[in-house]
Design a protein around this ligand. Structure first.
Ligand SMILES: Nc1nc2c(ncn2[C@@H]2O[C@H](COP(=O)(O)OP(=O)(O)OP(=O)(O)O)[C@@H](O)[C@H]2O)c(=O)[nH]1
Ligand SMILES: [Mg+2]
Length: 250
């Protein structure tokens, strides 16, 4: 069994090297067969220079360049397509932010949970007992908690509290089934709400989803945030209209 870590990255030069070092430590410490794919989404800073250097130094790290900035949703599509064409059904895809706020040392726990409990997705959750958001400003805390409450009311996916966090482990057999079913419509969202869309569709397809606590290390964030609050809330509301559980839609 192999694990692929997929990192969507846009202008992450202050953080990407630090995160790849931390992933390397976890790989050594836990002797995990880990590989890394970074999607460099038209970064205009030195992200690509770091990726050239790290992919030269470590054969298990590679990257794909998008020609221009296509957005997080397209980054996720590229990661999923890459994972499905490079991994076997027994393998695992872990997606996490490239901004060094997601500690890779919980990856072994997430994979163990996924495999032991025969799950389809494990979400690293800020709202699971033991999780927290270190260094996050009040406005952003309200947004993440608000997204969680909103999504629970509208979508009510079993066992899920953290719908918007991108840090997750996906079972490849399940992801393949999901992609075969939805095809090019697996991710229709344009922005950051694609993370919620994936969980809604996984839940509708009978996916077994559980959470593992995440301590979000926002105190380590050095790159500017790319999350546009108004645009993201707008995206959440559109999902609410399209997929809310009162409507009988596919
Ligand atoms: N492929 C791609 N990735 C992006 C884009 N914008 C952001 N990302 C990545 O998506 C992940 C999440 O972005 P963040 O800026 O960390 O957003 P967030 O975690 O919701 O909020 P902050 O941490 O406050 O910024 C990071 O790895 C970013 O590099 C984009 O346009 N394209
Ligand atoms: Mg982030």
């Amino acid at each position: 069994m192999k694990t692929l870590i997929g990192l969507p990255a846009y202008n992450e030069s202050p953080c990407i090297g630090k995160l790849l070092d931390r992933i390397n430590d976890v790989r050594d410490e836990f002797k995990l067969p880990l590989e890394v794919i970074v999607i460099n989404d038209g970064s205009t800073d030195d992200t690509e220079e770091y990726l050239k250097q790290y992919s030269n130094d470590y054969s298990y790290i590679s990257y794909i360049d998008h020609d221009g900035n296509k957005g997080l949703a397209q980054g996720m599509r590229t990661i999923i397509d890459y994972a499905l064409s490079h991994l076997e059904d027994e393998d695992v895809l872990v997606v996490m932010d490239a901004d060094n706020t997601h500690n890779p040392n919980i990856i072994p726990t997430m994979i163990n949970k996924l495999k032991k409990n025969h799950l389809d997705i494990v979400i690293a959750s800020r709202f699971k007992y033991g999780g927290e958001e270190k260094g996050l400003k009040l406005k952003r805390r309200i947004l993440s908690k608000g997204a969680s409450i909103f999504a629970n009311i509208f979508f009510g996916v079993k066992n899920v509290k953290d719908y918007s966090c991108g840090y997750r482990a996906y079972d490849i057999e399940f992801l393949r089934k999901l992609k075969d079913f939805y095809k090019d419509k697996l991710i229709e969202a344009k922005g950051f709400e694609c993370m919620i869309e994936l969980i809604i569709k996984a839940g509708k397809s009978g996916g077994r989803i559980e959470e593992s606590p995440l301590v979000l290390e926002y105190n380590l964030k050095e790159s500017p945030s790319k999350m546009k609050v108004v645009k993201t809330i707008n995206g959440y509301l559109k999902l609410g209209v399209k997929y809310n559980r009162l409507r009988k839609v596919k």
